[in-house]
Design a protein around this ligand. Structure first.
Ligand code: COS
Length: 387
C-alpha cells in the first residue's frame, strides 16, 4: 500500500488550503450569522477549478482525480462547511451525473457553466413525502404528443443551492406504477417558464448554503434535456449519490479536523488547577479517541475516493466504500465536534470561537445524501446479499 500523494494531488490540496485559510476562514462566522450565500467566493473558486475538479478541461474543469477532489474538499470544509456544501453539490451531484450519462452537447453547455464557476448547479431528488424512500416520488414528466418536450409538474424539497441555482438535475416519474424503473432524469433551466422557488429552509448549520423548495407547473423541458434514457433516472440518481457521499465524507473529515486542531491548541494553552488541561488523563483520553476517529475517517474517505478512480478505469463499483466513508466520517465529525465543545467549556459554547459552528455544521453530514441509517442499510445489503 502506498499512502503518498502525487504532485498534482499535493498541488490542489495546497491551492485549496491557501484559498480556504486566506479567503474563507476569515468570513465564515459572518456568513454563518447572516445566512447570506457567499457568491463571490464560489465564483472565484470556480475560476480556480474547484467547482469541477474531476471535470475534464474541455468541459471547463480541472481534469483531476477523485483523491484530488477529496483533498480539496477537506481543506475547504475545514475553513467553512457551508462553502464545501456548495462545492460538493456543484462537483458531485451536478457535474458528475452529466459527465457520466450526458450527451456531448449537455456536457459542453451545462457542465461547463457549473465547473467554470459561471453558474451554480443543484440536484433535485427529495420531495415533501419522500426522503430515504427516494423512489416514492410524485413529480411527473409527460412527453408531449410531438415528442419535442416533457411537461413537468411537481414539488421538490430540501434543494441545496436551490435559491441560486441556474441549472438543476431533476428526477421525475415518466412511467407511473413501476417504482424506481419509471424514474427519468432531466436537466432544468431555472430561467424557463413554469419553474418556481418556494420557502427557504431556516437551518441549524451550513447556514450560508442556501436551501429551498422548488416547484414545477407545466414546465416544458426540451427532450434534448433528458439525461440518459427514459427509465434510467433512479440508477443515475443512486450512482451520483455514491459519488456525492465521498464529497460529504470529505466535508465531515474537514470539519472534524478543524475541531481537532483547535482543541489540540486549546489543551496546550488552557490551564486549570495550575496545569495545561491537556495533561489531565480525562483530556488525554478524549484527544486520543478524537485522533483515532479522525484518522480512521480520513483513511476510509481516501480509500473511497481512490476506489472511485480505479472504478473509472476498470468499470468497478465504489458505492459500498463511499457509504462506509460517509457513515464513519459523519459520525466521527459529530463525536469530535461534541468533544471539542466540551473541552473548550464555556468558550466552546460561545460564538466568539468557531467550535459551536463546527458542532452545528457536523450534524447535517449524518443526514443528507443518505442518513447514517441508509448507509448502514446499503453496507449490510452489500455484505449479506440480503434485502
Ligand atoms: N448505483 C446504481 N444503481 C443502483 C444503486 C447504485 N448505487 N443503488 C440501487 N441501484 C439500482 C438497483 O440495482 C435497482 O435496479 P434494478 O431494478 O434494475 O435491479 C434500482 O436502483 C432500485 O434499487 P433498490 O431496489 O435497492 O431501491 P430501494 O427503493 O430499495 O432504495 C436505497 C435503495 C434506500 C438505498 C435508496 O433509495 C437510497 O439511497 N435512499 C436514500 C436517498 C438519499 O440519499 N436521499 C438524499 C437525497 S440528496 S440530499
Amino acid at each position: 500500500m502506498d499512502f503518498r500523494f502525487t504532485d498534482d494531488q499535493l498541488s490542489i490540496q495546497s491551492i485549496a488550503r491557501d484559498f480556504a485559510q486566506k479567503r474563507i476562514a476569515p468570513v465564515a462566522a459572518k456568513f454563518d450569522q447572516s445566512g447570506e450565500f457567499p457568491l463571490e467566493n464560489i465564483q472565484e473558486m470556480g475560476q480556480m477549478g474547484l467547482m469541477g475538479i474531476e471535470v475534464p478541461a474541455e468541459y471547463g474543469g480541472a481534469g483531476m482525480d477523485p483523491v484530488s477532489y477529496a483533498l480539496a474538499m477537506i481543506e475547504v470544509a475545514a475553513a467553512d462547511a457551508a462553502h464545501s456544501t456548495i462545492m460538493s453539490v456543484n462537483n458531485s451531484l451536478f457535474c458528475n451525473g452529466i459527465l457520466t450519462h450526458g450527451s456531448e452537447e449537455q456536457k459542453h453547455t451545462y457542465v461547463k457553466a457549473i465547473a467554470s464557476g459561471e453558474a451554480i448547479g443543484a440536484y433535485a431528488l427529495t420531495e415533501p413525502q419522500s426522503g430515504s424512500d427516494a423512489s416514492n416520488m410524485h413529480t411527473r414528466a409527460v412527453k408531449s404528443a410531438d415528442g419535442s418536450h416533457y411537461v413537468i409538474n411537481g414539488k421538490k424539497s430540501w434543494i441545496t443551492s436551490g435559491p441560486v441555482a441556474r441549472y438543476i438535475v431533476l428526477f421525475a416519474i415518466t412511467k407511473p406504477g413501476i417504482g424506481a424503473r419509471g424514474v427519468s432524469a432531466f436537466i432544468i433551466d431555472t430561467e424557463a417558464e413554469g419553474f418556481h422557488r418556494g420557502k427557504t429552509e431556516p437551518k441549524l448549520g451550513i447556514r450560508a448554503s442556501a436551501t429551498c423548495e422548488i416547484e414545477f407547473t407545466d414546465y416544458k423541458c426540451p427532450t434534448a434535456n433528458l439525461l440518459g434514457n427514459e427509465g434510467e433516472g433512479f440508477k443515475i440518481a443512486m450512482g451520483v449519490l455514491d459519488a456525492g457521499r465521498i464529497g460529504i465524507a470529505s466535508q465531515a473529515v474537514g470539519i472534524a479536523r478543524a475541531a481537532y486542531d483547535a482543541t489540540l491548541e486549546w489543551v496546550r494553552e488552557r490551564k486549570a488547577f495550575g496545569q495545561p488541561i491537556g495533561s489531565f488523563q480525562m483530556t488525554q483520553a478524549k484527544i486520543a479517541d478524537m485522533k483515532c476517529k479522525l484518522d480512521a475517517a480520513t483513511l476510509l474517505t481516501l480509500r473511497a475516493a481512490w476506489t472511485k478512480g480505479e472504478a473509472a478505469k476498470n468499470g468497478g463499483r465504489f458505492g459500498a466504500e463511499a457509504s462506509m466513508a460517509k457513515l464513519v466520517a459523519s459520525e466521527a465529525a459529530m463525536w469530535i465536534t461534541h468533544q471539542a465543545v466540551q473541552i473548550h467549556g464555556g468558550m466552546g459554547y460561545s460564538k466568539e470561537m468557531p467550535l459551536e459552528r463546527y458542532f452545528r455544521d457536523a450534524k447535517i453530514t449524518e443526514i443528507y445524501e443518505g442518513t447514517s441509517e441508509i448507509q448502514r442499510m446499503v453496507i449490510a445489503r452489500g455484505e449479506t446479499g440480503l434485502r
